[in-house]
Design a protein around this ligand. Structure first.
Ligand SMILES: Cc1cc2nc3c(=O)[nH]c(=O)nc-3n(C[C@H](O)[C@H](O)[C@H](O)COP(=O)(O)OP(=O)(O)OC[C@H]3O[C@@H](n4cnc5c(N)ncnc54)[C@H](O)[C@@H]3O)c2cc1C
Length: 405
């Protein structure tokens, strides 16, 4: 595949190295600055994958993934803006929005005039996202939304909120604006990671929303809108894993070649080399699966959904392992925030929790595998074996649908 647009990727790399990374520690204390967000918009990163007619650059999934990787290498909290604003909300509106919604919201999002966030999780509804309590009621001129959300990345400063709410058993999706009376956001502090990503709790106190702000059809909010958004979001998180693996590997290689113990560079030690080898293999495997999904998306191949769940699972796990190796290679310096690996280690953990934890990914991957890799009945292949256990397992997974953030 040779569809990359090097100029935008190169620009992202330069911006990440020269502007984002030097401020990453500061962003952890003060939040990602408005100035950097505006520059991200002006340089075309926020809108890169959005359609040209709505102010984007219409780049392919591979180019967008590579941009995400470069930004993520500089700072995970800045990368999180791409995930929520561009992937979870922007791509979803571009895919499922009405003409009016696309014309209204996408140009504002592309220019950075409005920042968007994705509001599904609640204090009592995380992995089991279908159990949300936020409710809506249809009235003459629109809907009234009541309830609250938690852990909403960029929620503290966002202008637009993609909100999921229920009417009875029916879940629908709505685009809310900060300016609507009844919307309140409260920043969340004390976080181990994502400290710069303006996380917030949000409350909706009888917020009146016009009919035209429902995204997708009534009742399709969970099965259709949320799952579409999470497909885009998990692709972004998969590349976020690549970015942490790559950054941690670069750090450990560089440090091991300069640190001397026992009269020799620690990079010459075979046990250090083992960690470098495993980390290099993890980087190549992580990047390969992300590139494969980009190709599947370009081909319109439906298997991209399952492969994206697998990629999110693999690269977030790799990020946790490789950043741990990096801390180990740095020894005492590894747990000191004077070095980037301390932050990479903390940020990697988050990737195993968000957008469907690793356990939820495992459930979905196993469910798919139990369908895809089922062969002839055991009875036929192993006449002496009892096949009743096998039948029970298959019927259990058959209709199971696990969708969550
Ligand atoms: C930094 C950060 C940013 C976030 N940003 C957003 C955002 O922008 N928008 C948004 O809507 N949400 C966001 N979230 C919320 C996130 O999606 C949830 O935290 C995540 O889905 C897990 O839900 P939970 O925290 O309620 O954990 P729980 O669902 O309570 O899970 C707790 C543990 O139990 C495990 N578990 C749960 N069910 C099962 C099961 N059936 N089998 C096996 N294990 C299980 C989980 O894997 C986990 O290890 C964010 C969270 C964080 C930490």
């Amino acid at each position: 595949m040779n569809t990359e647009q090097p100029s935008l990727i190169e620009r992202a790399k330069t911006f990440s190295e020269e502007v984002i990374r030097p401020q990453a520690a500061q962003f952890e204390e003060q939040g990602v600055s408005r100035d950097v967000i505006q520059q991200m918009a002006e340089l075309g990163f926020l809108s890169s994958i959005l359609p040209v007619e709505y102010g984007g650059s219409g780049v392919d999934a591979l180019t967008y993934g590579r941009i995400t990787e470069e930004i993520g290498k500089g700072c995970n909290s800045v990368r999180a803006l791409l995930t929520v604003h561009t992937s979870l909300v922007g791509e979803t509106i571009a895919k499922l929005g009405s003409d009016e919604q696309k014309k209204t919201f996408l140009p504002q999002m592309a220019s950075g005039e409005k920042i968007a966030c994705f509001a599904l999780s609640e204090p009592e509804a995380g992995s089991d996202a279908a159990s949300i309590q936020t409710s809506y009621q249809e009235v003459d001129d629109g809907y009234i939304i009541k309830g609250g959300k938690k852990w909403i990345t960029y929620g503290a400063i966002a202008d637009l909120f993609l909100v999921f709410a229920k009417e009875g058993e029916k879940t629908s999706a709505f685009i809310l604006e900060r300016s609507m009376p009844g919307v309140t956001t409260t920043p969340i502090s004390g976080l181990m990671a994502s400290r710069g990503a303006h996380l917030a709790e949000i409350t909706f106190d009888n917020v009146r929303v016009p009919k035209s702000n429902m995204l997708g059809r009534a009742g399709m909010g969970f099965s259709f809108v949320a799952n579409t958004a999470l497909f885009y979001g998990r692709y972004s998180i998969a590349w976020a894993g690549v970015s942490i693996v790559c950054a941690a590997l670069e750090e450990m290689v560089t440090y091991s070649r300069s640190r001397t113990q026992f009269g020799t560079k620690i990079s010459q030690n075979q046990l250090i080399k083992a960690m470098i080898a495993d980390s290099t293999a993890a980087l190549h495997a992580s990047r390969a699966i992300c590139e494969k999904i980009a190709q599947l998306r370009a081909d319109g191949d439906q298997s991209a959904v399952t492969e994206t769940n697998i990629a999110k699972y693999i690269t977030s796990k790799a990020a946790a392992e490789v950043s741990s190796h990096a801390v180990q290679v740095f020894g005492g310096n590894g747990i000191w925030n004077a070095y980037a690996v301390e932050r990479l280690f903390r940020e990697a953990k988050v990737l195993e929790i968000i957008e469907g934890s690793s356990q939820i990914q495992q459930l979905m991957i196993a469910g798919q595998a139990l369908r895809d890799y089922y062969r002839a009945p055991l009875k036929k292949r192993y006449p002496k074996a009892n096949s009743s256990t096998n039948k029970t397992v298959l019927s259990e997974v058959k209709d199971r649908q696990v969708a969550s953030v």
